[in-house]
Design a protein. Structure first.
Lengths: 329, 381
C-alpha cells in the first residue's frame, strides 16, 4: 500500500547546525545560547474530515468553503486533519485523503530585538488522489489541469488567539503523454497581533522535486520560473502549450531550479506583512507516465515591536537543508 | 472490465446521494451553526485572488461584491473585462493574459474593471444547501428524465429567487456597475471578453446605447433553449452514444466541455465536475450563480421535460443539468447596444452559436479555425 504513495513531499527542515547558526553580525541579539533551536517530528494524529471536532472541524469547514469560493468542490469525507506538536507548538493540516504529512519542523531564534519562528512541512500524496475537478463554464480558455489540490496548514502562535496559515496548492497539466507542467501557488496569512506588534514574512519558500522511488522524469525542469525581471513576471502570467498560469508576485524572489531530482521552486525573502503569495512552475518531459513530485513549504516569520519599521532580519537560511521523507534520498 | 467497474461506481454514487440526503437534516443545523462561527468573511483576501493589489469590495443594495480596478492614469474612461462564466470566480485564478488585457486597455487610455460574481461573497444558507442537494439527488434518481416538478419548484422558490444575494440578474449587474462608477469616479464605455461576456454585455446594453460590446466566441445570449440544445446535439463528437447512466453521460458532457478524457479524469470525478457536486451529494453555492444567469440568458425552457428523442449522451446530461431552468422566463431586460461585435467559430463544440432576435444587429466575424475562448477579441473600433 505504501508503495503506491507518491508524490508530493515537502520538506522542511533543517538540520545542519553550522548553516543555522547566526552570523557574527547577528550574534549580539541572538538567543540565550546563541544558536537557533531546532525541532522536528514525524509523529502525527490523524482524523477523518467528517469526524473532526472543535478547531479541527472549523479548519475542515474553512477548507471546504474556500475551495468552493474558488470554483472547486470537495467534501469532508475527502479530507483528513493531521495534527502534531513540535517544539511546543501545534501544527495542523487539512489535506486530501490519501495524502500524508511526513514531517513538520520548527526553528526558533532571536536576534536584534526580533523573535524568529520558522515552520516547514513536507507532504506525500497518493496517486489515487484525484484532486479538485476544474469547473465547467463558458469561459476564456486556460487549459484544464489534470489534477489540482490545495492543502491548508496552521501554525500555532502562542501569544495570539489565531494562527499563522498557509494555503498551498498544486496544478498538474498534461500537454501530452510525455510532457507535463507542474505549478504551485501558495498563500501565507499571518495572524494579526496587537497594534504594538509587527509580524512579517522573512522567508517563504515553496519547492518540489520528483518523489523518491520514481524515475519517470527524463528531463526538466524546462521553461521554469518565475525568474525575476522576466517576461513572465512583467506579464503576470506563464503561458505554454495552451496552458496559462497566472502569477501573483515576483518581488524579492529567487528561483530555485537546479540540483538533484529535477528540483525547482521559489524563495521569497523580505519583510512582507499580512498576506504573501508565492508561485512556481516548470515543464517536464517524462517516459510516458505521469510524474509525481515531493512538495515542500517553508515559512520564516519575524516579530518585533515597531509597527512602522521593518523587523531585524537575521537573513539566516533556516530552510536551506532538509532530510526528511520523500525529499531526501 | 471497465464497464462493470463503472456500473458499480454509479451504484455507489447513487447510494451516496441517497444516504447524504437522509443524513443531512440531522447534521445540518449543527454544522451550519458552527460553520458560521468559524468561517472567514469573504473579502479580497478570502478567497485569495491573484489580483489582490487592485481588489476592492462594495455593498450594492445589501449585497457585497468584489472587483478589481486597474487604472490607467487619471482617466475615467473604463473597459469592463469579462473572461466569462457563470458560476466561476474570475478573480480567483481565472483571469489569464492579465498583462495583455491591461496593456491593450492602457494603449487605448482605458482603465480595466473586472467584477467577481456575487455568489463568491454570499452566505450559503442551509435551506439553499438542502434544496440544491435535493435537486442533485432527484436528478440522479430520475435520470435520464429530469428531476421532479416538486423538487424543481422547491429549488426555484428557495435559493434561486431573484432576490437571492448569490444570484445575478441584469438589473443587479447594472446597479453594481453604476455603483462602482459612482464610487471610483469612472465611466464604463466598453465591455470586452469571452463567451458568457456576451450576456453581461446584454445586461448593460439597454441603458447604455453608446457602449461597445466586443466578445470572442460569445455565448448565444437570447437564443431559444431548444435551438441551443439542438445545436449542441448536432455538434456532438463522433462516436458519442445514447444515454447510458447519469454518471457516464455527465462525464461525457464534462469531457466535451473541457477537452479532457477519461484517461485524465475518472468518470466519477468528471460527472461531479459537470454538476459541481462533492462526493457527499452537496452542490456548490456557485450553482446559484450559474443557474440565475444561465437560465435567463436563454428563452423557451418549457420543453425540457419532453420525453426524449434519442440524443447524444452528453446532451441528455446537459438537459438534466439545466432542468431547473424549465419555465424560467428569459430576462426581458437584455439588450445589446448597436455597436456589438462578436468573433464566432463556425464549428464550436463547446458552446455552439445560435442566432436570435437579441443578436440580430451584432456585427459577426466568422472564424473557421480556433477553440472556444481562445480567439482574438474583435476590435469593434
Amino acid at each position: 500500500m505504501h508503495g503506491r504513495m507518491i508524490a508530493a513531499a515537502a520538506a522542511l527542515s533543517l538540520l545542519v547546525l553550522p548553516l543555522l547558526a547566526p552570523t557574527a553580525a547577528h550574534a549580539g541579539g541572538g538567543s540565550a545560547d546563541g544558536e537557533p533551536r531546532i525541532a522536528t517530528t514525524k509523529h502525527f494524529q490523524r482524523v477523518g474530515g467528517r469526524n473532526a471536532r472543535g478547531v479541527d472541524k472549523s479548519h475542515v469547514q474553512r477548507y471546504i468553503d474556500e475551495t468552493m469560493r474558488t470554483s472547486g468542490v470537495v467534501a469532508a469525507d475527502q479530507l483528513e486533519v493531521w495534527t502534531t506538536n513540535v517544539d511546543g507548538r501545534d501544527v495542523s493540516a487539512v489535506i486530501p485523503v490519501g495524502s500524508r504529512l511526513e514531517a513538520a519542523s520548527r526553528v526558533s531564534d532571536d536576534a536584534g530585538g526580533t523573535a524568529i519562528s520558522a515552520f516547514g512541512v513536507e507532504f506525500a500524496e497518493a496517486d489515487e488522489a484525484s484532486g479538485v475537478i476544474p469547473p465547467v463554464a463558458h469561459l476564456k480558455g486556460r487549459g484544464a489541469p489534470l489534477r489540482e489540490y490545495c492543502r491548508t496548514i496552521w501554525f500555532d502562535v502562542k501569544t495570539l488567539s489565531t494562527d499563522d496559515q498557509v494555503y498551498d496548492c498544486y496544478e498538474k497539466y498534461k500537454l501530452s503523454n510525455t510532457s507535463y507542467i507542474y505549478s504551485r501557488y501558495s498563500k501565507g496569512t499571518l495572524a494579526k497581533g496587537p497594534s504594538s506588534l509587527r509580524r512579517e514574512f522573512h522567508e517563504y519558500t515553496i519547492r518540489y522535486r520528483e518523489y523518491k522511488g520514481y524515475g519517470r522524469i527524463i528531463s526538466g525542469p524546462h521553461n521554469y520560473g518565475p525568474l525575476p525581471n522576466s517576461t513572465e513576471c512583467g506579464s503576470g502570467e506563464f503561458s505554454y502549450g495552451g496552458v496559462k498560469i497566472p502569477l501573483t508576485s515576483c518581488a524579492s524572489i529567487e528561483n530555485l531550479a537546479g540540483g538533484a531530482y529535477h528540483q525547482t521552486g521559489t524563495r521569497y525573502k523580505g519583510h512582507a506583512t499580512g498576506q504573501k503569495y508565492v508561485d512556481t512552475y516548470a515543464r517536464y518531459t517524462t517516459n510516458g507516465s505521469e510524474p509525481y513530485f515531493s512538495d515542500y513549504v517553508w515559512l520564516t516569520i519575524g516579530e518585533c515591536g515597531n509597527l512602522l519599521i521593518a523587523c531585524y532580519n537575521t537573513n539566516n537560511d533556516y530552510s536551506r537543508m532538509w532530510t526528511d521523507g520523500g525529499w531526501a534520498r | 472490465m471497465r464497464v462493470s467497474r463503472l456500473a458499480a461506481a454509479t451504484v455507489g454514487v447513487l447510494a451516496l446521494l441517497v444516504g447524504a440526503t437522509l443524513c443531512r437534516d440531522a447534521l445540518s443545523s449543527e454544522s451550519a451553526r458552527e460553520a458560521s462561527d468559524t468561517l472567514d468573511s469573504p473579502s479580497c483576501e478570502y478567497p485569495g485572488t491573484s489580483l489582490a493589489e487592485w481588489c476592492h469590495t462594495i455593498d450594492v443594495d445589501g449585497v457585497r461584491i468584489r472587483y478589481a480596478l486597474i487604472r490607467s492614469g487619471q482617466t475615467s474612461r473604463t473597459v469592463v473585462y469579462d473572461p466569462g462564466g457563470p458560476g466561476v470566480s474570475v478573480l480567483s485564478r481565472n483571469v489569464n493574459d492579465v498583462d495583455e488585457v491591461l496593456a491593450s486597455a492602457r494603449r487605448r487610455g482605458l482603465n480595466t474593471l473586472i467584477v467577481d460574481e456575487p455568489w463568491v461573497m454570499s452566505p450559503y444558507s442551509e435551506v439553499c444547501r438542502s434544496a440544491l442537494s435535493d435537486y442533485l439527488a432527484d436528478s440522479v434518481s430520475h435520470y435520464p428524465n429530469i428531476a421532479g416538478v416538486a423538487t424543481l419548484e422547491g429549488l426555484r422558490k428557495t435559493c434561486l429567487t431573484l432576490e437571492s444575494p448569490a444570484a445575478l440578474t441584469a438589473a443587479g449587474y447594472r446597479r453594481q456597475i453604476e455603483e462602482i462608477e459612482r464610487i471610483e469616479r469612472i465611466h464604463v464605455e466598453r465591455l470586452e471578453g469571452y463567451s458568457f461576456a456576451s450576456v453581461r454585455g446584454a445586461y448593460l446594453g439597454g441603458d447604455r446605447p453608446d457602449m461597445v460590446v466586443a466578445v470572442g466566441t460569445p455565448f448565444p445570449v437570447g437564443a431559444d433553449a431548444e435551438d441551443f440544445f439542438d445545436a449542441v446535439a448536432k455538434s456532438a463528437v463522433p462516436g458519442e452514444g445514447g444515454s447510458q447512466s447519469w454518471m457516464l453521460d455527465s462525464a461525457a458532457a464534462y469531457y466535451r466541455l473541457t477537452g479532457l478524457s477519461f484517461r485524465d479524469v475518472a468518470p466519477e470525478d468528471a460527472s461531479r465536475g459537470l454538476w459541481q457536486a462533492d462526493s457527499s451529494g452537496g452542490l456548490s453555492l456557485s450553482r446559484v450563480g450559474y443557474y440565475s444567469e444561465f437560465c435567463r440568458a436563454l428563452t423557451g425552457w418549457r420543453d425540457l421535460a419532453r420525453p426524449g428523442t434519442i440524443r447524444p449522451q452528453s446532451v441528455t446530461a446537459q438537459r438534466s443539468l439545466h432542468a431547473v431552468c424549465t419555465q424560467v422566463e428569459g430576462d426581458a431586460e437584455l439588450a445589446l447596444p448597436p455597436r456589438t461585435c462578436f468573433a464566432v467559430l463556425q464549428a464550436d463544440a463547446q458552446t455552439p452559436w445560435v442566432a436570435s432576435q437579441l443578436t440580430r444587429h451584432a456585427k459577426i466575424e466568422w472564424l473557421e479555425i480556433g477553440r472556444h475562448g481562445e480567439v482574438p477579441i474583435p476590435d469593434c473600433s
